[in-house]
Design a protein around this ligand. Sequence first.
Ligand code: XUL
Ligand code: CO
Length: 435
Amino acid sequence: MKTYDEVKKVVYAPSGKDPFSFRYYDPEEVILGKPMKEHLKFALSYWHTIDACGTDMFGGDTMDKNFGKPYGMDRYRAKADFAFELMDKLQIEYYCFHDADIAPAGDTLAESMEYFNEMTDYIAALQKEHGKKLLWNTANNFGAAHFMAGAATSPVADVFAVAAAKVKAGIDAAKKLGASGYVFWGGREGYDTLLNTDMELEVANLARFMQMAVKYADKAGFTGVFYIEPKPKEPTKHQYDFDVATCMNFLRKYGLDGRFKMNVEANHATLAGHTFQHELRVAAINGSFGSIDANQGDLFLGWDTDQFPTNVYDTTLCMYEVIKAGGFTSGGLNFDAKTRRQSNTLEDILLAYIAGMDTFALGLRKAAAIIADGRIDNFVKERYNSYTKGIGKKIVDGTTDFDELYAYAAQRGTPEVPSGRQEYLEAVLNEILFG
Ligand code: XUL
Ligand code: CO
């Protein structure tokens, strides 16, 4: 196998055996009217790729991500250089970061912000030089000890203020770097026991925080999309942003739905007891489909393992939802995924991204094949046919009522419901995937 340095650019080689090439991802190839790279809009996650070093609950780092510069700002500049080189090698156009990912922490908030601003200047130059774009950024408002009881939902108002200061700086950075979005993932915005929690105040404060963020963005001239990233649990037992439906209820209650969309993460969907495609569909039918954090969990582990997505069945059904939702506009596919603790070399980073990108590229090809095949779409259309005429049409048009429906049902007798044909449809899917 080649070394990391020997891999200059990962290219499409459908019948090759070089592990550092794509089998399915051909960025310029046109599928359903647009190039694969526009359908997929891949992004690199800074925190997992550039910072995470394999630490788990039972042991420390297994990887070295100092890039030859173990100290201070030099270290973060070396990390940024590596990030942009890596994106070049992988033909990835977008990236995402938390404030804490790109700059060292200072002794005070003001010092941290200075480092952060210096690094966003540095990154702005790299972005230009390499032709890359910031998909979204966010604030790490969950790692530091003072965020232990939450940020915007902390019982301590001074913590709310610190969190607000960091998001203000994040919105300024988003504007400076031309980000197409800004993400709110709840972090520790939730609770572990009602015995110590004023839920009503905490949720209202979360809304106040977001309302202030919108107001500030308008003032600062940041026109990107705000995203909420739902997650049901971990780190807290009850996260306030449980799933897409819960987030929509929150946004509508507080009048925020016009400005916010969803950043749906596969592993968060499954932790909520939903499939990834369910969450995408709920977002789409509520007008809030925005962006995706691409990864996968492990069926046998009940936490957010953030694995690179390699399950083609899931990526196919995901891309089917994305296509049906009209494709990405401001959003994209951010690999919120990290190499396993034992996959601890720089080559593994390349191989993991290649596997993830190819799994999504294959998913896109298969989703387009499902649509071209038409059997599944036609089955669904046919199944609801009764709403296109007669009493069904009146229900949909809102031109009937319970009195008419009573009289109608009374004279019709017991209705017959045709088979849902689930097993047949699953077999059709298999045929398209593997036939
Ligand atoms: C945590 C998670 C975060 C967000 C950004 O589970 O997914 O990395 O994507 O804060
Ligand atoms: Co995420």
